[in-house]
Design a protein around this ligand. Structure first.
Ligand code: GLY
Length: 251
């Protein structure tokens, strides 16, 4: 599947799940003064994640071009880019963890044909700011992901946002694809990140980080997901580096 077909497949899937398709925004953020570039799909949506009604409704999906310079030292491996496209589905006070995770699982396994055995997931381990996300892990187990393929990790790994000092944020659950299923069964995305490619995260945005570093609950709970276009098409194309896809080969 090429990038163009994949992008449309994603948007069509979420349209069929009641999402309005909205356009991507400029790389220069319009609604978020905390960053110089749009680093994620959330920046154009910050006012709506904080409670302002979005004119297109409570279920949105889009493809957002991003510049993420914090990964610049990783560029040169098989999977990191500074400029990439992120596909996202959004719930603005509509569905929550169960539906978000179910839709991610359905898209990966039924629509893209990823074998469930090659998926690993991580969930937030909990700390003084927010509880351990046993709810997300229970949902993954109910979908058939065995406990041995679920890892709990701290905020450094399983928390998204804010990118600047303040703003909407929350724990996430991350989905990884096993590039070497014949590898040692006890390896995890944490112990061998080169083997397990992170493809998607579902962020459960339920906090607004304050200037004093405390986390105030948001009035409405939102979902923000980010599926990496370049990584996913590399997997679908059976290549072992983003640079082997048709997006880079002509260059
Ligand atoms: N969906 C959050 C991010 O990774 O950008």
């Amino acid at each position: 599947m090429d990038a163009k077909t994949f992008r449309q497949t994603y948007l069509d899937f979420f349209k069929s799940k009641g999402h309005a398709i909205i356009g991507g925004a400029s790389l220069i953020p319009e609604h978020d003064a905390s960053v110089l570039f749009t680093t994620a799909g959330m920046h154009p949506l910050v006012p709506f994640l904080l409670g302002e009604p979005h004119p297109a409704g409570k279920r949105l999906a889009n493809c957002q071009k991003c510049v993420r310079t914090d990964d610049i030292t990783e560029v040169g491996d098989d999977v990191h880019l500074t400029f990439f496209e992120m596909l996202g589905n959004w719930s603005l006070g509509d569905y929550w963890k169960a539906e978000a995770i179910q839709m991610s699982f359905e898209f990966l396994t039924e629509r893209l044909g990823f074998e469930p055995d090659r998926l690993r997931v991580t969930c937030f381990a909990g700390d003084a700011d927010a509880p351990r996300d046993t709810e997300a892990a229970d949902i993954w187990r109910s979908l058939g992901i065995p406990q041995s393929h679920i890892t709990f990790l701290p905020k450094a790994d399983n928390w998204w946002g804010p990118v600047g000092p303040v703003g909407p944020c929350g724990p996430d659950t991350e989905m990884f694809y096993d590039m070497d299923p014949s590898g040692p069964p006890d390896e995890t995305p944490e112990s061998n990140p080169g083997r397990f490619w992170e493809v998607w995260n579902d962020v459960f945005m339920q906090y607004d980080k304050q200037t004093d570093d405390t986390y105030a609950p948001l009035d409405v709970k939102n979902v923000d997901t980010g599926l990496g276009l370049e990584r996913t098409i590399a997997i679908l194309q059976g290549v072992s580096s983003l640079f082997e896809t048709e997006l880079f080969q002509p260059i």
